[in-house]
Design a binder for this molecule. Structure first.
Ligand SMILES: Nc1ncnc2c1ncn2[C@@H]1O[C@H](COP(=O)(O)OP(=O)(O)O)[C@@H](O)[C@H]1O
Ligand SMILES: [Mg+2]
Length: 295
């Protein structure tokens, strides 16, 4: 294994790696399995040499640069969860190895492994599993997020814009890529690539504010008919098992979250025009068409 430990002592890193080998993964995503040990997360990964799925990074120069940028941003107050170091099997085709990060505080914004029960795209999330009761979870978690103070939403949007302007790719294709903690606020994980612009794959750099106008609504649940992230829309049949009163509560809480997201976007200089463009293709549960959501 080739070891690169930037912000963690090699002995500590090796200790964590030997500990995780005795453990079962606590969480997983599409590619990686997470082992949580005290304030650390060790990710077992198989594509360390690939950036954004298809861009080869055989000498890991982009990855090393990304790791340094993440730590710089963290030191400037951006809520990224830093990568502390990694080790990789040099002869493996796409890079088998382990990535050591700080452990994110709090819990997933919404845990997709639980929420998938209600997602239209449920079959696509078959690799995720959980024993937690989805009905209880969606109601209580949405209520908790609806009570998050406005300044945490403001900071979430501010950080999205800073990350994108630094060419860090945020994977909005999963609500488990964001954490929320009542002290630290929203945090970002699964940051392992730059944007396509950085790699010369597209001509123009994306405007961070433009992207934020669309994806800044990530803390909201989507409704069927959304053109953006349609797999994450709440399946009407699946949620109909929730009783009417709780469903009304869910819709109201989601509307509160929507309003806080919108305020945060406006507070960060996103224009009304940009918001109306994004809201034309996004459909949010309990917000746009009250009739359809039975409230
Ligand atoms: N630093 C971390 N702290 C706490 N949990 C983490 C951390 N990194 C990953 N996880 C958990 O593991 C899951 C998968 O990790 P992620 O980096 O998102 O990999 P993938 O690329 O496979 O989605 C996350 O959704 C989260 O639940
Ligand atoms: Mg992920």
């Amino acid at each position: 294994m080739e070891e690169k430990y930037f912000y963690i002592k090699p002995e500590k890193a090796r200790g964590l790696l030997s500990q995780m080998k005795e453990m079962k993964a606590a969480k997983r995503g599409v590619d990686r399995q997470a082992y949580l040990i005290d304030e650390y997360a060790v990710l077992k990964a198989s594509k360390i040499k690939l950036r954004n799925v298809t861009t080869r990074d055989d000498n890991l120069a982009y990855f090393d640069e990304l790791i340094k940028t993440l730590m710089d941003l963290k030191e400037q107050g951006v809520a990224v969860v830093p990568i502390l170091g990694y080790c990789v099997e040099p002869n493996s085709e796409n890079g088998n190895g382990y990535i050591i990060q700080s452990r994110a505080k709090g819990a997933e914004l919404y845990d997709d492994s639980i929420m998938k029960e209600y997602y239209v795209g449920k079959p696509h999330f078959a690799y995720l599993s959980s024993d937690i009761d989805a009905k209880e979870y969606v109601i209580s978690r949405t209520n908790l997020i609806s009570k998050v103070p406005q300044n945490h939403f403001d900071k979430f949007i501010r950080d999205i814009i800073i990350l994108l302007n630094n060419d860090i790719l945020i994977d909005f294709n999963g609500k488990s890529n964001f954490f929320y903690d009542d002290i630290d606020g929203f945090q970002f994980i699964d940051l392992d690539s730059h944007t396509d612009y950085k790699y010369g794959l597209v001509e123009n750099k994306m405007d961070g504010k433009e992207i934020a106008a669309y994806y800044g609504f990530t803390p909201c649940h989507l409704a069927v008919g959304t053109k953006l992230l349609p797999d994450f829309a709440l399946d009407e049949k699946a949620i109909s098992i929730i009783d009417d009163e709780k469903l009304r509560q869910l819709a109201m809480d989601n509307k509160t979250i929507y309003e806080k997201c919108k305020t945060a976007l406006l507070n960060n200089g996103i224009l009304e025009k940009q918001l109306s463009n994004s809201l034309a293709i996004l459909k949010l549960f309990g917000c746009c068409n009250m009739q359809e959501n039975n409230i």
